[in-house]
Design a protein around this ligand. Structure first.
Ligand SMILES: [Zn+2]
Ligand SMILES: [Zn+2]
Length: 252
């Protein structure tokens, strides 16, 4: 299975990619399935900066592309990446209930102190900030209706090496246990391969922990925002990852 379940296109404030171009490229590269996952960010600081994309237009466009390509072997998924969902409940649930998505990713982008951890950081995070980051992930998987936890450990993308996370080990187990109980898939996000960190997120030891607790649902995502990042690093992914590990919960 050649898949990519985390890609941003033109309805994300930070991408200009056309979904149609992406689909044509995925077909030419013999992908089995891809998901477009536009940003839904409802925190006040983001809403005031970027506003809300017209999601009803987006879903109509995706349904039409699915219909046009119905006879192609490519599976096309209309998805959304909900940022900081756990902080905007219940508005986000009500908002999502009005729309028709096949796949909902949940992601933590902001710490309690408003640090954005999805962009290059001015300073490395303190141990307390790292713990806060994982606590938000635990709240996200505990309280929100998501199918995939996206880019766990995203703050490390701009690090040169793995920071000390030994004080968070207990919370990793809580996050994974909760995901397993609630049927949430763990995303292996390989955007870190094209950033200074040079590693997938989460790292193999965390993937092992998730599996040792009984986790079987995995997603895979490039988090590409432009065509040149789509597929570019796919050939570098290890065999154990691309040969049969990826299994999403049922999409709606
Ligand atoms: Zn994200
Ligand atoms: Zn993303």
């Amino acid at each position: 299975m050649k898949v990519d379940y985390h890609i941003h296109a033109e309805y994300s404030y930070d991408s200009k990619l056309k979904a149609e171009d992406l689909i044509n490229k995925a077909i030419s590269l013999r992908y089995d399935s891809i998901a477009v996952t536009e940003h839904l960010d409802l925190l006040p600081n983001e809403l005031t900066r970027f506003g809300l994309p017209p999601f009803s237009k987006y879903t109509v466009q995706m349904r039409s592309l699915q219909a046009i390509h119905a006879s192609s072997p490519l599976g096309i998924i209309c998805g959304v990446e909900v940022g900081d969902y756990q902080r905007v409940l219940p508005f986000a649930s009500e908002f999502l209930a009005q729309l028709d998505f096949d796949l909902i990713l949940g992601a933590v982008h902001f710490l309690s102190d408003h640090t954005n951890v999805a962009v290059p950081l001015r300073n490395p995070l303190t141990p307390a900030q790292i713990l806060d980051y994982y606590r938000h992930n635990l709240a996200l998987v505990s309280n929100c209706d998501i199918q995939v936890l996206a880019h766990l450990g995203v703050y490390k993308r701009y690090y040169a090496q793995t920071p000390d996370e030994s004080h968070c080990e207990g919370i990793f187990a809580d996050i994974f246990q909760t995901m397993i109980e609630r049927g949430i898939a763990l995303e292996i996000n390989f955007s870190g391969l094209r950033k200074p960190y040079g590693k997938m997120l989460p790292e193999p030891d965390q993937i092992d922990l998730y599996r040792s607790l009984g986790g079987t649902l995995f997603s895979l995502g490039s988090d590409a925002h432009q065509m040149q990042d789509f597929d570019a690093l796919y050939p570098e992914l290890p065999d154990w990852l691309v040969s049969g590990l990826i299994r999403l919960p049922r999409t709606t």
